[in-house]
Design a binder for this molecule. Structure first.
Ligand SMILES: [Zn+2]
Length: 431
């Protein structure tokens, strides 16, 4: 009975709710209440996590329980004037970073000026930070051009930036490309003119990203830094293990790639927990060293279920290994797909595989192209949503959460569907 009750809690059911039971039996998420036309405004105590579907890469906007704002990545993979790899959303009339800034502005808590207390870059690829080309317009604030994160900063003030490279940008070797050089000029200019703070993300810490407005009111909120640059949290204190061997002992062609150096963190709010980890991987391609799997040591450190997990590397081929999934057992998967190669058929198959873990799960894909679906077949029909911004709204205290899918074809952002409420995995004494 306890097992059944636990299962029902994870499915989002109360005892005796036969209608909901019937919907679970048919494989659909129970939906409670009416679907509102638009997302109700954020209120204090609520945690909102907006996964933006711009068709240009990752961008996740967090409004933390005390109103602290955080942007994780600002992808803008297609430079202006170049045929986009995938259709930008809502359309091509603006650059990817502009769409992100406008979204952040609209979703800023009522009565406050838009600003980001934190901006984090998981790693230095265009679909996470923006791509600079000759057509990228100049900034009005310094000697740099606008794309991705610099475009966001042009209209939304950023107080603190945390990345994996500051201050030397030299791991695993000096990083040098036009987009990164532009980003460094941006940091230097904004430090000088606006007092921008810049830090290097430190794996293991739980005090680098904190509530800045009213932390005392939400003592159960925490962001634990899990991984960056081959350092992974051990699960104990702030200690980290090194998963990359000394580079002088590794053949150059096996050195960690940019994706492998991504930041990852675990957010907790009361019983609620959320994992995100850039473009880390868990299934190294054949022939590569086993330590190219970052997910396994991360899963060991986390050591148990999370409610919501963002699939690594947009769901492309190498993320979401079976050990990682069997340990985290996410109730909700968010696949930040944008290109037509995302998600890979084999990854979607693993996410859906109930032999890896038997509990139900809902999979939200930010942009699931028709061509991609056609190559996957019927499994593609098993996702909870196939396009739109995915907003995880966690109730005050973290006991439960809902998912809202918002239209990404226009800025009106009508609600396409709502899912849940889901009880958080660690809620209730039997858990
Ligand atoms: Zn990426």
């Amino acid at each position: 009975m306890i097992r059944l009750k636990r299962l029902l809690r994870r499915v989002g059911l109360e005892f005796g709710c036969l209608l909901a039971l019937a919907s679970v039996a048919s494989g659909q998420t129970p939906v409670s209440g009416q679907t509102p036309a638009t997302l109700p405004p954020w209120t204090p105590g609520t945690l909102d996590i907006h996964h933006l579907a711009t068709g240009q890469g990752n961008a996740t906007f967090f409004v933390l329980p005390d109103g602290t704002t955080l942007l994780l990545d600002a992808g803008a993979a297609s430079p202006p004037g170049v045929r986009p790899i995938a259709p930008p959303r809502p359309d091509t009339s603006r650059r990817g970073g502009e769409w992100i800034a406008r979204y952040v502005t609209r979703m800023t808590p009522t009565g406050r000026e838009p600003e980001l207390a934190y901006a984090l870059l998981t790693h230095f690829h265009a679909d996470h930070m923006g791509f600079i080309s000759a057509q990228s317009p100049p900034s009005a604030h310094g000697d740099y051009q606008l794309a991705g994160i610099t475009d966001v900063a042009e209209s939304v003030p950023i107080r603190r930036i945390i990345d994996r490279g500051w201050p030397d940008y030299d791991y695993p070797e000096p990083l040098d490309n036009p987009s990164l050089a532009n980003y460094r000029r941006f940091l230097e200019a904004r430090q000088r003119t606006d007092g921008l703070a810049v830090e290097r993300f430190a794996a293991g810490r739980s005090d680098q990203i904190r509530l800045v407005l009213d932390p005392a009111a939400y003592p159960s909120f925490e962001i634990r830094n899990l991984h960056a640059n081959g350092d992974v949290w051990t699960g104990t204190g702030d200690a980290v293990d090194r998963i990359v061997p000394p580079l002088e002992t590794v053949a150059k062609e096996d050195w960690p790639r940019e994706n492998h150096s991504s930041l990852a963190f675990l957010l907790r709010y009361g019983p609620f927990s959320y994992y995100t980890g850039g473009d880390l991987q868990g299934v190294p391609p054949d022939g590569y060293p086993a330590w190219h799997d970052q997910e396994t040591p991360i899963a060991r450190a986390i050591g148990g279920p999370v409610d919501v997990a963002v699939t690594g590397h947009h769901g492309s081929i190498e993320p979401a290994n079976a050990f990682f999934l069997a340990t985290l057992r996410p109730r909700v998967h968010i696949v930040p797909a944008w290109s037509k190669t995302h998600p890979a058929p084999v990854v979607l198959k693993r996410l859906l595989n109930t032999r890896i873990y038997p509990e139900p799960r809902d999979i939200f894909v930010l942009e699931f192209h028709d061509e991609t679906k056609a190559t996957i077949g019927s499994r593609a029909e098993q996702v909870a949503s196939d396009h739109g911004h995915v907003v995880v709204r966690v109730a005050p205290g973290g006991e439960s959460y809902r998912v809202f899918v918002l239209d990404n074809r226009t800025e009106s952002q009508g609600v396409l569907s709502t899912h849940g409420p889901y009880p958080s995995a660690r809620s209730g004494p039997e858990n």
